[in-house]
Design a binder for this molecule. Structure first.
Ligand code: DHB
Length: 564
């Protein structure tokens, strides 16, 4: 049974808001729904300016689950992201032990009950993410900036939500590791359910949630957008007391979303090593491989991974937007086409493209600030705005000159080809008592570190043997965070996808991103996919905010289906 909806006027500065009343109490509610009801009168006022004009927002803070995980007060000082350095001290004290399952909701006075809700996730590196409210009292936000998503959202009258979520690196009070996959996905879905539960109480429509994030956050956004309403997550949603989940695991609320804006999603982790070597094996050198680790062992590993990718890619049965097959035979040409389109777009917009042998001047805007690079053009010729010659392998070499390639394997790295310590994405997987686990066939089968609980040396089983028996839960961790496992299935995919992966982003293979875009396009629930490899953009996000939010305004206007 659906809640009864009534409209009340006056509480919200003359704007009507929806209030939900449950009829007769007969509805199969989530076990914690009463406790998770948001009290609309409990907010802080946040004063900001948007495009120079004052705007008062209401800010609501909440723990979005009924049974939050109790975290240890002292946390190991964890790395803040891949390649990041330890943050200094050995331990850090958690000032807010609930931060990993909290959200902040910012409601502009201009929001109505049909306004979109931007759900901004962090999940950088798939690490645990403290709640970091992106809108501050006294802040000045702008809608005419390419880097200010809060400004774009507020100017459009959208509700804006920031999310804390579990991820690798955090330790619970019982010294288990509660952030292993798929914890971040469970938390994001719990937050969506929380927004649905309280949909009648606040402006903004939970039927128009737009999930957005970068890199690990792009991966999280993509899998949430792909796997809407899948029952696969209910057991773990019940464990944390998510809204709309009864004790017996039945669900009375949806967790699908309307749209996704994903930057450089780090995803399909179980296959990403193969995709990486398949693309880059031929151009790797000692010089362009991180830490110069292009040893004989790394070379053999790269070749083996590269050779294994076509069977996986071809098994996906993907097609391109024009209906032609996207396979191992066509993928490189498809990547080249995307880059070529970007070159021609750049030329059409008045940008210059150096002649062969002349330098591209690239400004890298990354976490650490701005860096300028000059890299010669050895890959493209443009005449009268059109690409007349293009060398994809030289292009890939060019990408690797802007940032050294990850060493081998790129993701399932620990205990392989001389890689030591918990590196790559390994600490995201394994039991909650285990520091790390390999999570793919190559990584597992080549682990020879005795006593780490991973690999045939410890289990007596290869990857196939292990994951089909005692290690089924490990394979399930990999699947539950992978949008490719949910697109083109019964799960309710978001109808609208905006995916960007920078043209010089080497953090994952272009093949992973083209496959994701293709699978989304082929999903029956999906109405449109807007995919690009933006011009000379490295691993980063939220650099094209005007374009992204114009796209969103367009799909919101186009999606004229009456939504509650
Ligand atoms: C991120 C970057 C990576 O290279 C990776 O493997 C995972 C996550 C990130 O920036 O979030």
């Amino acid at each position: 049974m659906k809640p009864l909806l009534t409209t009340m006027r006056g509480l919200w500065g003359g704007v009507s808001i929806m209030v939900s009343l449950t009829a007769g109490g007969a509805m199969a509610e989530g076990a914690f729904d009463k406790a998770l009801g948001l009290d609309p009168s409990r907010y802080q006022v946040v004063n900001v300016t948007v495009d120079g004009k004052p705007m008062a927002l209401r800010r609501y803070d909440a723990v979005y689950v009924g049974k939050p995980v109790t975290m240890a007060t002292e946390q190991p000082a964890r790395r803040m992201g891949p390649g990041g350095s330890p943050s200094g001290a050995d331990t850090q004290t958690l000032t807010d032990p609930l931060t990993y399952q909290k959200l902040s909701i910012f409601v502009p006075g201009t929001a109505s009950e049909t306004s979109a809700i931007i759900l901004s996730v962090n999940n950088g590196g798939w690490f645990a993410s403290e709640l970091q409210p992106g809108i501050e009292d006294g802040g000045a936000y702008r809608s005419d900036s390419d880097t200010d998503k809060a400004g774009a959202a507020l100017a459009a009258g959208y509700v804006y939500v920031d999310l804390g979520s579990r991820g690798r690196g955090i330790v619970a009070a019982d010294v288990s590791l509660p952030g292993k996959a798929p914890a971040a996905v469970i938390d994001a879905k719990a937050a969506i359910r929380y927004l649905r539960l309280n949909d009648g109480t606040l402006p903004g429509s939970a039927e128009r949630i737009v999930i957005t994030g970068t890199s690990g956050g792009g991966g999280l956004s993509s899998v949430v957008a792909a796997s809407g309403n899948s029952p696969d997550y209910l057991r773990q949603l019940a464990e944390i007391g998510a809204a709309g989940v009864a004790e017996d695991g039945t669900s009375s609320l949806d967790d699908d979303v309307f749209a996704v804006i994903a930057y450089c999603p780090i995803t399909d982790l179980g296959n990403a090593d193969m995709a990486y070597e398949w693309l880059y094996n031929g151009i790797r050198t000692t010089q362009n491989t991180a830490d110069n680790r292009w040893s004989e062992r790394a070379k053999a590993a790269s070749a083996e991974l590269a050779a294994a990718y076509p069977a996986y890619l071809d098994g996906l049965s993907l097609t391109r937007a024009d209906g032609t097959p996207l396979t191992s035979a066509t993928m490189k040409a498809a990547v080249a086409d995307e880059v070529r389109k970007e070159v021609e777009r750049h030329a059409a917009a008045g940008g210059t493209i150096p002649a062969r042998g002349e330098n591209f001047e690239i400004t890298l805007r990354q976490r650490g600030g701005e860096r300028k690079l000059e890299v010669p053009n050895d890959w493209v010729t443009v005449e009268n705005g059109l690409v007349t010659a293009f060398d994809i392998d030289a292009y890939l070499g060019f990408v690797a000159k802007t940032a050294a390639l990850k060493n081998v394997p790129a993701f399932d790295r620990t205990a392989n080809t001389g890689n030591e310590g918990v590196d790559g994405e390994n600490s995201l997987f394994g039991a909650s008592t285990q520091a790390y686990s390999n999570f793919s066939a190559f990584g597992w089968n080549n682990n020879d570190v005795k006593g780490d609980g991973s690999g045939p040396d410890d289990t007596g089983l290869d990857w196939a043997g292990y994951t089909s028996g005692a290690g089924a839960a490990l394979a399930e961790q990999v699947r539950l965070i992978n949008p490719m496992a949910y697109l083109r299935t019964e799960a309710q995919a978001a109808p609208y996808w905006y995916i960007r992966h920078g043209m010089i982003d080497r953090d994952t293979s272009f093949a992973v991103e083209l496959s994701l875009a293709a699978a989304a396009r082929m999903d029956d629930d999906v109405k449109s996919v807007d995919f690009r490899l933006p011009w000379m953009t490295p691993h980063s996000g939220d650099y094209d905010v005007r374009e992204a939010y114009a796209w969103l305004a367009g799909v919101l206007a186009r999606d004229d289906v009456a939504r509650p």
